[in-house]
Structure formats: structure tokens, C-alpha cells
Design a protein around this ligand. Sequence first.
Ligand code: HPA
Length: 294
Amino acid sequence: MSEKIKNTTCFIRNRLNLAPRRFYTDMPGGTVENGGLPAPEVGIVLGSGLGALADTIETIGTLDYAEIPDFPRSTVAGHRGRFIYGRLGGRYVIAMEGRVHYYEGYPIQEVVLPVRVLCCLGIDTLIVSNAAGGISPLFNTGDIMVIEDHINLLPNPLVGPNDEALGTRFPDMNGAYDPALRALAHSVAEEQGLTLREGVYVGTTGPSYETAAEIRYIRTLGGDAVGMSTTPEVIVARHQGVRVLGFSLITNTLSGNPARLGQRASVSHEEVVEAGAAATPKLCALVEQVVERL
Ligand code: HPA
């Protein structure tokens, strides 16, 4: 395994006093027997403006990314940078408050390092969230979409020598977004009286927002929402055999009316962060209940 993934996993495990759970028990670190805390079962990536989900977690420990040697740090406003370990819905979880993006200039392997490490800490479920522009004409600002599938237009993080300790050379991406978890999300949403959309997320490099022609292109490809993250993270989680559930918060719409498809309104980062914050409570309640019923 890459020394960096291994060293970072060990560092976090030691700092948060986590016992190994399922994977990589050869790594140094605590054990439950000698006082280590239970390894997290669920990893959660909190996207743009969704940081408030962190408040729902009964925090046991936190670790700033800045304290972790050679760990990538986000340069984007609205993204904090720390791990939060604690309890949510009766389970041990670890959340990433803030992620790094390819557009910040990090190589794609660095972008996915935090998720690689979450998987090495022993999670068996990863919940990813992001802010996204709505491409489907059915979507409104503030909608929550469960990700049915993705189209990755970012570099693939598995390019390069394959690390057999992590996963196979040619991992299957069919059903990458676990159908049973999606069904669970829909049934929880129904109980909560929440309209939950479903669709295909298209991951692009950004950082420029889409032109009108690019919006038509993404729609033609089969995309329902577009954003600048997530797909590389999901690819590595699936490579490591971790099941995935994903949510996009639709912070702006790019084609409100089919007749005007592609005649997009302008969008700004501030608007995206604001819409994210407004819809966060709904997403928090949904994620908490989903975690409880995993
Ligand atoms: N495009 C790309 N990424 C985004 C958007 C968008 O319109 N909104 C939020 N993230």
C-alpha cells in the first residue's frame, strides 16, 4: 500500500485513538481491548455549504487537516478542514468537514487521499454529499437528489500502478451507488414528507461554471446535476469495496424551463453556499435517519 495512505491512516488512528476494525489490522494503532475507541462504520463527506450536518454528530474527537503531515487542505471559502469522529443515529461515524477539489491544483490521487484513508480506517459505508447545479428541468433550487449514478469527467484516480492491497485493477462501477441504500433513502424521505429527487451526477473539473452549450452537452449525456467533486471519491471507495450513498443539494438550476434549455441564468459561489445552508436541515434529518437504519 502506498506509504502515504498507510502513514496517514496510522496518524489519524493514533490521534483519534481508534482501533482497527476490518481492514489493515497490521497497521500500528490502538485496539478496542487496550482502550482504543471503536473504528467508524460510516464515513460522511460534507460538501459545500453542508457543514451544518457536522452539528448533528455527537462529537467524540476532531482532527484538523492542518495537523496531519502532508495532508491536502482546502483553499475554498465555505470549506472547513477537519475530521469529526463521533456518534450519529446510534453508530460510530467519521465525517470530513471539507474536501479538496481537483480545480485547486492537487493531483487527483491527493484529492482522493482523505476518502482512501476513511476506507482504510474501516468504514463499510460512505455517504457523500455535494452542492450541484440542476440540469434536469424538473429540479428546483433547494431540492435534494439522491445520486443514482455518475458520469466522471474528471481524471480517473485509479490511473497508474494498481495497489492490490486496496482493490482490483479493473473494479466494476455498475451499481456504484448502492441500490438498497438508495431505496432506504427514499423510504426515510417519504416518512419525513421530503421530496427526494433521483438522478445522474456529472463530475467536471470546474472551476468555471458551465456555458449554455456545456449544459446542453451534459443533458445530452444523460446528466441531471453537475458539480466539481464526488466522482473520483466514489471510484476509490468502490475500488476498496465500500458501499456508497450520495446526495446532491441543488443549489442553482441551469435549465428551469425546457423551452429555455441552455439559456442559463448566471450563478455565483455565494449563491451556491447560501442555498446549501438553507437546505441543510432537511438533508441532516435525512442522513441521520438513514444512518440509524443502515
Ligand atoms: N455547476 C457546477 N458545479 C456546481 C454548480 C454548477 O452550476 N452549482 C454548484 N456546484
